[in-house]
Design a binder for this molecule. Structure first.
Ligand SMILES: NC(=O)c1ccc[n+]([C@@H]2O[C@H](COP(=O)([O-])OP(=O)(O)OC[C@H]3O[C@@H](n4cnc5c(N)ncnc54)[C@H](O)[C@@H]3O)[C@@H](O)[C@H]2O)c1
Ligand SMILES: O=c1ccn([C@@H]2O[C@H](COP(=O)(O)OP(=O)(O)O[C@H]3OC[C@](O)(CO)[C@H]3O)[C@@H](O)[C@H]2O)c(=O)[nH]1
Length: 389
């Protein structure tokens, strides 16, 4: 619950209540950020999205302690003249809106590029023209592949962090060829980062760019056939959760050799609140937000999720818990992958003193407990229904 004690920033100065225009507030990250802001601060939120299912619990009923501090606006930012007015009414805009599921990048590259670049342009422009601060959500995917991935498999240099740790102000952005449409998203995100950065350099826009490294937790994406399309392909956490709930093998794309670092959403949201409340330390910076200690291959992630889910559900794991699939079969033509993603933490540490806390096992335990409670019964119902042909 937000206390009446005056909040102070990292330099001990009082923080005045802000009005925040949050675009994409109804998504995974947006829902957690709204919860945090309403519970712990006195800031007001203008929550913009086309959906509000994930923040319904914050909007109704009127008797909630934060009533009056969050207002939902059902707006598609592609075509809505109210956008500029809402940005003008706010002290800060946070743009989370995007198509950001890999299954879309190679199959809907135009929608992906429009969503991540064209639709984000007016937001940057309105903030710049009206002298409003912007926190723009980019992605770790702008780094693409590591330099090390181009070395021979047995090269000892592959063990040298200089060849794989991703640094905001030093690492190059390495994407595949144009036919590999997987990179449509990363490329659009890179260009909007460059535009926001240039607005800062040429027109004085006060901006912060966030590069999330695989934030995961409750409410991420959807379970196909329950609260999303049966044929939909969400991100890996929901794909693997879906298979565990249905007692089906988890699909490992191209052997599950790619590596990721996963950070708990609640840790990551702490970093965003620090950016919101410490503009003098966050403005003009690009921040990696991830947990370098939680690195696994996708195969190891599948094994760990299988073990955690067996504990949570009380049901033994399948004898053959995983199955290999090719990326062409799973994602279609034009898929490609980031090999490894370890965030360098120097800048966020220096500017905001932020560090992630939660181990991979612990974050999977709380997330899969949530998945089980939320979906186990619904899945049983769906699976007991006769399939229509
Ligand atoms: N979750 C992660 O680990 C992660 C990693 C890298 C980058 N990001 C970035 O963070 C942001 C949020 O990601 P998320 O995981 O919460 O995704 P999400 O899909 O759950 O949330 C995005 C929200 O934006 C909304 N939206 C999309 N287009 C819109 C439009 N035209 N008008 C209004 N609303 C629109 C969607 O309805 C959705 O609610 C994205 O920009 C994404 O690229 C997230
Ligand atoms: O059933 C599955 C699903 C996926 N994989 C593989 O897992 C790796 C991670 O996949 P995913 O979480 O879907 O996405 P990425 O990490 O590749 O990309 C995201 O990172 C950040 C963001 O920008 C936004 O969330 C997005 O682009 C990957 O190697 C898949 O091939 C699997 O084996 N089985």
């Amino acid at each position: 619950m937000a206390s009446s004690v005056v909040r102070v920033d990292l330099d001990g100065k009082p923080i005045n209540p802000l009005t925040i225009c949050m675009i994409g507030a109804g998504g995974f990250i947006g829902s957690h950020l709204c919860e945090k802001i309403l519970n712990e601060t006195q800031h007001k939120i203008l929550a913009l999205d086309v959906y509000n299912d994930k923040i319904k619990h914050l909007l109704e009923p009127d008797s909630l302690p934060w009533a009056g501090r969050i207002q939902f606006h059902r707006i598609n930012i592609k075509h809505d003249s109210r956008l500029e007015g809402l940005i003008k009414m706010s002290d800060l805009t946070i743009n989370l809106a995007a198509i950001c599921t890999p299954a879309d990048y190679n199959t809907r590259p135009l929608d992906t590029i429009y969503s991540n670049f064209i639709d984000a342009l007016p937001v940057a422009k309105y903030c710049s023209e009206n002298g409003k601060r912007l926190i723009h959500f980019s992605t770790c995917e702008v780094y693409g592949k590591t330099i090390g991935s181009f070395l021979p498999k047995d090269s000892p240099l592959r063990q040298d962090p200089a060849y794989y740790v991703l640094k905001e102000d030093a690492s190059p952005c390495i994407f595949g060829s144009i036919e590999k449409q997987r990179w449509s998203y990363a490329c659009a995100k890179q260009l909007i980062e460059r535009l926001v950065y240039a607005e800062g350099a040429e027109n004085g826009l006060e901006f912060t760019i966030v590069r999330p490294f695989n934030w995961i937790g409750p409410r991420m994406d959807f379970i196909p056939g329950v609260d999303g399309p049966s044929e939909g392909v969400p991100r890996v956490l929901a794909c693997f959760s879906n298979a565990l709930l249905r007692r089906e093998p988890l699909k490992l794309v191209d052997g599950g050799e790619s590596q990721r670092t996963f950070v708990y959403i609640k840790d990551a949201i702490e970093a965003v609140l620090l950016m919101i409340e410490n503009p003098s330390r966050a403005n003009g910076h690009i921040f990696n937000v991830g947990n370098p200690n939680n690195e696994v291959t996708v195969r190891q992630l599948a094994e760990m999720m299988t073990a955690v889910y067996a504990n949570v559900s009380g049901e033994p794991a399948l004898e053959e818990p995983t199955v290999d699939v090719s990326s062409k079969e799973f994602y279609g033509e034009g898929y490609d992958d980031s090999d490894k993603r370890i965030p360098d933490m120097t800048i966020i540490n220096r500017q905001l003193g932020w560090n992630p806390k939660t181990s991979l096992w612990d974050l999977l335990d709380s997330t899969l407990t949530y998945q089980h409670k939320t979906y186990a019964e619904a899945i049983k119902k769906v699976m007991s229904q006769p399939t229509t042909s």
